[in-house]
Each structure stands twice: as C-alpha cells, then as structure tokens.
Design a protein around this ligand. Structure first.
Ligand SMILES: Nc1nc2c(ncn2[C@@H]2O[C@H](COP(=O)(O)OP(=O)(O)OP(=O)(O)O)[C@@H](O)[C@H]2O)c(=O)[nH]1
Ligand SMILES: [Mg+2]
Length: 212
C-alpha cells in the first residue's frame, strides 16, 4: 500500500462525562454532530490526516470515557500519547474543577515530552455559561497549556484545537522526525493496514480497542 503520510501521532482526549469529547472528535473527523449523549465505553479512536509545514501528519485520536467506572481502562492509554486534549464544559463548573484531577492523573503516567492543550467546549450555550473565558485562560496558563474555547455543535475552533496540539507534537518531535523520515516507509505501510477507523461507538469497536 502506498504511504500517504509521513508521520503518525497518537492524541488522547480526557475530561468528565458529557463535556463533548466524542462530539468534538466526530465534528473534526466526520463533520457531524449528534445532540444525543451516548457515553463512550472504555475508549474509541478515529483517524485524520493533516498537512502541517509540508508534513503529512496522520493523527490517531483516542477518545476516552469520562465515566469513573472506565478509569482503569483509560489509565492504560496515558503512556501511549504524544499529545493530550483536556476538555471541560463551559456550562458545567464541576467539569472545570475536575480538570486538575485529570491533569494530575495524566502527569503521573505520561511521557515528559507529551504536549497538552486545554479546551472549554459548548460555547454556543452562552446563557448557561458557568466558567468564564478568563478562568479557562488562567488555568491553561498555570499549566503552560494553549487554550481554546470550542463548540462541537456550532463547529467553532474544533479544527484549530486539533491542529494546534498536532503542531505542538510535530515541533516537539521534529528532530527525531528529520532523522527518521527516510526510513519509516516499511513501518508506515504496516500501520496503514491497521488504520481503519472503527466507526461510531459500536460494541464491536469498543471490544476491539479494549482488547489491545
Ligand atoms: N450545545 C452543545 N452541546 C454539545 C456540544 N458538544 C457536545 N454536546 C452535547 O453534550 C452531550 C455529551 O456529548 P459527548 O460528546 O457524548 O460527551 P463525552 O465527553 O464524549 O462523554 P463521555 O463519552 O460520557 O465521556 C451530547 O448530548 C452532545 O450533543 C456543544 O459544543 N454544544
Ligand atoms: Mg464520549
């Protein structure tokens, strides 16, 4: 199979149940939005290719379950990411307060070069806002993260957020990539065979991702 990208990165999404992680990912990869909430079971993933600085970057984005009961599963993924997107819901103050818990958990397990951004989702719900933009910015700054407010529903800043974290990962790994880029073909061909997205959160996709 012909190689259609130069590098593959793994990104992870974390945040409380219902903040809109799956919705952001579906908006980004499929240009779709569902108003119903079907909680993610364990983990799911989708793929997308971006072009950044002339490099074709394939991103595998892992969407984790926010529900407490899946924490043992999602913790197994912490080490496997080059980039992390922490998400809260601007209409839900407790999802914002719990960002420190998500960041603490991840910091304990993830590699030190991991790139992280903070996202406040659901900006279309202005009348219900409980977390100000300033609070989001301040928290992100305290962690040294870039900050975005997004709406998966209105398609605001979704592409920008995913692109930014991918850019940060690319920058952090640039020297490795320059060294390796000529010899990756065989590896990428193998990965390409495995790259098919499992599609919507079907039981079979959840089982497949849980099994590995
Ligand atoms: N108004 C509005 N609703 C949103 C937005 N993003 C997600 N939602 C809604 O919020 C609910 C939860 O969205 P999900 O994407 O399933 O949330 P999640 O973070 O993946 O939740 P878990 O899988 O349980 O961890 C759904 O009803 C979505 O339609 C948004 O930008 N605006
Ligand atoms: Mg979900």
């Amino acid at each position: 199979m012909a190689k259609q990208y130069d590098v593959l990165f793994r990104l992870l999404m974390f945040g409380d149940s219902g903040v809109g992680k799956t919705s952001m990912l579906r908006r980004f990869t499929e240009s779709e939005f569902e108003s119903s909430h079907i909680s993610t079971i364990g983990v799911d993933f989708k793929m997308k290719t971006l072009e950044i600085d002339g490099v074709q970057v394939r991103v595998q984005i892992w969407d984790t379950a926010g529900q407490e009961r899946y924490q043992t599963i999602t913790k197994q993924y912490y080490r496997r990411a080059q980039g992390i997107i922490f998400v809260y819901d601007i209409t839900n103050a407790s999802s914002f307060q719990r960002i420190s818990k998500w960041v603490g958990d991840v910091d304990e397990f993830s590699p030190h070069r991991v790139q992280r951004i903070l996202v406040g989702n659901k900006t279309d719900e202005k009348p219900n806002r409980q977390v100000s933009q300033e609070q989001g910015k301040t928290l992100a700054k305290s962690y040294g993260m870039d900050f975005f407010e997004t709406s998966a529903s209105a398609n605001t800043n979704i592409t920008e957020s995913f692109t930014r974290v991918t850019e940060l990962v690319l920058q952090a790994h640039k020297s490795d990539i320059d060294n390796l880029i000529g010899s990756l073909d065989e590896y990428l061909d193998r990965v390409a065979l495995e790259e098919e997205s499992p599609g919507p959160q079907s039981e079979s996709s959840a089982q497949r991702t849980c099994a590995c």
